[in-house]
Design a binder for this molecule. Structure first.
Ligand SMILES: O=C(O)[C@H](O)COP(=O)(O)O
Length: 228
């Protein structure tokens, strides 16, 4: 049965510092390293062994993938990195402290920026500290200046359909190591969650989520591997 494993990167330096991160490339913390390793041990313990990996071009997801694969002795499997699996771009909020932003703009506004379906945060100014347009990993890509969850879905889903789903169809056990909002985009699609309800779904760091697909490639109920 084709199996999909989704894992959000382990705690990042800016998760810990409570800063809006988005496309900014921060590493995982010591706790994040341990979460990633624990995810790999869980995969091995439950006998869910990935045969193909996808991740973003952001080190917190890449490092998490490698640590998890090392623990389940699957560092050797093929892996594909693509910017379409990146975190949603946090626009002009990138780098700001989440609590200070609440103090300045109010809880409601910050909640809208963080969790509304289609309201993007204010755009990132061109040439500002967190502008990644000249980063070589994005050569030839029109780097967004902000993204809502809706806009994130618009780049994650075509990639899922064109590149990841066909591999599952071939019978691969696919692991995707990605981010809170790129995974929210996938879970919304796979679990058929409405625009309103998806905003309430929180994806914890380092906790493998499993979908098993039937012969018609219809995903079953999602579950956390730790609960199986
Ligand atoms: O980019 C970030 O800051 C986090 O990865 C996710 O943030 P959120 O919980 O505000 O969506």
């Amino acid at each position: 049965m084709p199996t999909l494993i989704l894992v959000r990167h382990g705690q990042s330096e800016w998760n810990l510092a409570n800063r809006f991160t988005g496309w900014w490339d921060v590493d995982v913390t010591e706790k994040g390293v341990e979460e990633a390793r624990a995810a790999g041990r869980l995969l091995k313990g439950k006998g869910v062994m990935p045969t193909l990996a996808f991740t973003s071009v952001q080190k917190r997801a890449i490092v998490t993938l490698h640590l998890a694969l090392e623990e389940c002795e699957r560092l050797w499997i093929p892996e594909v990195k693509d910017w379409r699996l990146n975190e949603r771009h946090y626009g002009g909020l990138t780098g700001l402290n989440k609590q200070e932003t609440r103090d300045k703009h109010g809880d409601e506004q910050v909640h809208i920026w963080r969790r509304s379906f289609d309201v993007p945060p204010p755009p990132l100014e061109k040439g500002s500290t967190f502008d990644l347009s000249d980063d070589p990993r994005y050569a030839g890509i029109d780097v967004p200046d902000t993204e809502s969850l809706k806009l994130t879905i618009e780049r994650v889903l075509p990639y899922w359909e064109s590149t990841i789903l066909p591999e599952l169809e071939k019978g691969e056990t696919v692991i995707i190591s990605a981010h809170g909002n790129s995974l929210r985009a996938l879970v919304k699609h796979l679990s058929n969650i409405s625009d309103d309800e998806i905003t309430g779904l929180e994806i914890p760091t380092g906790q493998p989520i499993i979908y098993q697909f039937d012969d018609a490639m219809k995903p079953g109920e999602r579950y956390y591997l730790k609960d199986s």
